[in-house]
Design a protein around this ligand. Sequence first.
Ligand SMILES: Nc1nc2c(c(=O)[nH]1)N(C=O)[C@@H](CNc1ccc(C(=O)N[C@@H](CCC(=O)O)C(=O)O)cc1)CN2
Ligand SMILES: Nc1ncnc2c1ncn2[C@@H]1O[C@H](COP(=O)(O)OP(=O)(O)OP(=O)(O)O)[C@@H](O)[C@H]1O
Length: 189
Amino acid sequence: MIKRTVRKEYLQRRMDIPEEDLQQQTALMAFNFKKLSFPPVKFLMSFSPLLARREFDVSVCEDMLKQQNPSMQTAWPRIEEHSSEMEASLVQRGGLFIKNRFNVLEPISGHIIEPEMLDMIFVPLVAFDEKGYRIGYGKGYYDRYLARCRHDIIRVGFSFFEAVRGIEDINQFDVPLNFCITPYRNYEF
Ligand SMILES: Nc1nc2c(c(=O)[nH]1)N(C=O)[C@@H](CNc1ccc(C(=O)N[C@@H](CCC(=O)O)C(=O)O)cc1)CN2
Ligand SMILES: Nc1ncnc2c1ncn2[C@@H]1O[C@H](COP(=O)(O)OP(=O)(O)OP(=O)(O)O)[C@@H](O)[C@H]1O
């Protein structure tokens, strides 16, 4: 299947999940995330989920990582006005967030850190395949950003659904995940 077809199908499947199942699956995914062990994480880039579009709520997983890495600092993506670039903005507790043009909450204060600083990144996705390639909303923000990160950054995705068999139109810009957490299992690529 090609990205466009998979994107459409999985966005719809996500919207069709009943609310009570969503909560249960979120709990299972947090439980699965907890089973993984990672090297020390000093800087994490998380994301503010678009709950209306049924993105996975990463906050519990952020808290788990913070417990394991008490000095960890968390950054959130801030998109640029006139390009398809984004930056990691480091925010302290109580920092202010405001909705951007895609309705995503992003920090208005905080300072931008270099992508090379990040040890781990939670990557939003619509679907992923058996090799760890992911599909987002199709704007390429994450592929552009991941190209600027260290090669050993740990890329973690979360999906309510299992991997699709294979995405046909993968290109040289697509950066695969290292892990994808689903309610049923953890994938490691
Ligand atoms: N929670 C979250 N934060 C994120 C992303 C994301 O996918 N999820 N991004 C990942 O890139 C970046 C923001 N980019 C986004 C790009 C498109 C849409 C989106 O909803 N697109 C609509 C079309 C909207 C339009 O064109 O006006 C769509 O797909 O229907 C959302 C975020 C950075 N932050
Ligand atoms: N590193 C890059 N440099 C230049 N263009 C890029 C880069 N990465 C992706 N693109 C372009 O961005 C567009 C969107 O890519 P793609 O369809 O893979 O997005 P996506 O992975 O679904 O979205 P996202 O990364 O925002 O979640 C494509 O036209 C792709 O060629």
